[in-house]
Design a protein around this ligand. Structure first.
Ligand code: ADP
Ligand code: MG
Length: 414
């Protein structure tokens, strides 16, 4: 059983983006979800795709594209690599992603995490051990903002429900939208303006939240790093949803590099990872979607690094009064984070280490802009950040200011 947990809007948008790119001849779209980045295709790249389609051959100028559906809670992933060995290297990458899915999925009772959550103890293999160790480090470093024992709260808030509408149906809907766009002559790498959520249900009661909150506290996990043995207190469950995709993209990047790939770009559901530069020697251009107005917040140029966005609009629901609740939970309150980043906000982390980028995108979101700024100042050599707050204010840390362009006003953080 797959752990499909995105709402319909997100899924359709992901598929829509895929379909748009296929129809418009662009070589890459980096928008797994509405929030995520998109690399703008240039014309020569589009030409390359056409060439590849017509000849089936590959060389350094012609990408090999691997598309994966419904894996690691991501409806659509796209990996694109250049070079003679791209086929084989991507096949190894696919194997890695699928093995991580099988190990880490909370929805699969046979996974290491499924077993750990059911029985309270388990001997973890290398991947899950590494993730737990890293997660505990970030728990300490972020003053508890990043807490992988959050899962009981995710369950209470209903963010683990499997997405059960048919994939086919979502694809059809996406294709329909693409056709409409094509008729209007748009090649579309902008976002679709859609409501925050189609789902209506009630939030849990405060009493239930407080009760479940007692089960959330990473510091109570007993973990023997050398052996991988882990024991959880009664009722605690863990969830690597805030870090696993970044780890996957980083692992695949390493596999690609080990296999001689010097140019590749991946979108693992909004978790973007670049290997090297584009084959023509220029940097990859990644556009961050603008949730509020459509189009882009800005465009970032990068090489050899991860660009990972967390946004409250990615997964959420509405109650009868119209309040919207999102899926990034503040472990201190048990409620969706609301410290200056809420439903329409986003935090993008840019750094070489994909695992760190993913964990920090979630953690900084929980912290809110002020604490996130403080955290960045203490770790300014490790990562860079673009923040869009609830109040529609954009901040960019100085380490990437020269590589970022936006039509909006933004403040550079020093
Ligand atoms: P997405 O998975 O939508 O790309 P994130 O990387 O921000 O976005 O991760 C959100 C996921 O992280 C949630 O779905 C949940 O699995 C997990 N999560 C939510 N709140 C926290 C938290 N405070 N600490 C660690 N993980 C969290
Ligand atoms: Mg994250």
């Amino acid at each position: 059983m797959k752990n499909r947990i995105f709402n319909r809007t997100g899924k359709a948008a992901a598929l829509l983006m895929a379909a748009i790119m296929a129809l418009s001849g662009c070589d890459y779209s980096l928008s797994g979800k509405e929030s995520s980045g998109i690399v703008q295709a240039d014309e020569s790249a589009a030409e390359n795709v056409k060439k590849q389609e017509s000849t089936g051959k590959q060389n350094i100028g012609e990408p090999v594209v691997l598309e994966l559906y419904d894996v690691m809670t991501v409806p659509y992933m796209r990996l694109q690599a250049y070079g003679d060995n791209a086929d084989e290297a991507l096949a190894l990458g696919e194997e890695k992603i699928k093995s991580l899915d099988a190990l880490l999925s909370t929805g699969n009772p046979e996974s290491e995490i499924g077993k750990l959550n059911a029985s309270g103890s388990e001997k973890l293999g290398d991947d899950a051990s590494f993730l737990l160790k890293t997660s505990l480090d970030f728990y300490r470093q972020t003053d508890g903002a990043f807490d992988v024992s959050i899962y009981p709260l995710m369950e209470l808030w209903g963010f683990t429900n499997l997405y059960d509408a048919g994939l086919e149906e979502a694809i059809e809907e996406a294709e329909q939208k693409v056709k409409e766009k094509a008729k209007k002559g748009e090649t579309g790498s902008g976002k679709e303006s859609e409501p925050a959520s189609e789902e209506t249900r009630e939030a849990p009661s405060e009493a239930d939240i407080q009760e479940v909150l007692k089960k959330v506290d990473c510091s109570k996990i007993e973990f023997h790093e050398e052996t991988g043995e882990v024991t959880l207190p009664d009722g605690m469950k863990i969830d690597f949803g805030g870090i696993a995709k970044g780890y996957a993209s980083q692992s695949v990047a390493e596999i690609l590099r080990e296999n001689g790939i010097t140019s590749a770009i991946m979108d693992l559901g909004g978790n973007i990872q670049a290997v090297g530069r584009k084959p023509n020697g220029s940097k990859w251009r990644i556009a961050l979607n603008d949730r509020n107005k459509g189009g882009f917040l800005g465009i970032l140029t990068v090489e050899d690094c991860a660009v990972i966005t967390s946004g409250g609009y990615e997964r959420n629901f509405r109650d009868a009064e119209g309040n919207v609740y999102h899926h990034i939970i503040d472990p201190k309150t048990g409620h969706p984070a609301d410290n200056g980043f809420s439903v329409d906000a986003s935090v993008t982390i840019v750094c070489e280490n994909g695992t760190m980028a993913d964990a920090l995108s979630t953690a900084m979101y929980v912290c809110g802009p002020e604490k996130a700024t403080e955290y960045w100042r203490a770790h300014r050599d490790e990562f860079q950040m673009i923040m869009m707050t609830d109040k529609n204010k954009m901040y960019v840390t100085e380490g990437i200011a020269d590589d970022y362009q936006s039509d909006y006003k933004y403040e550079v953080i020093h």
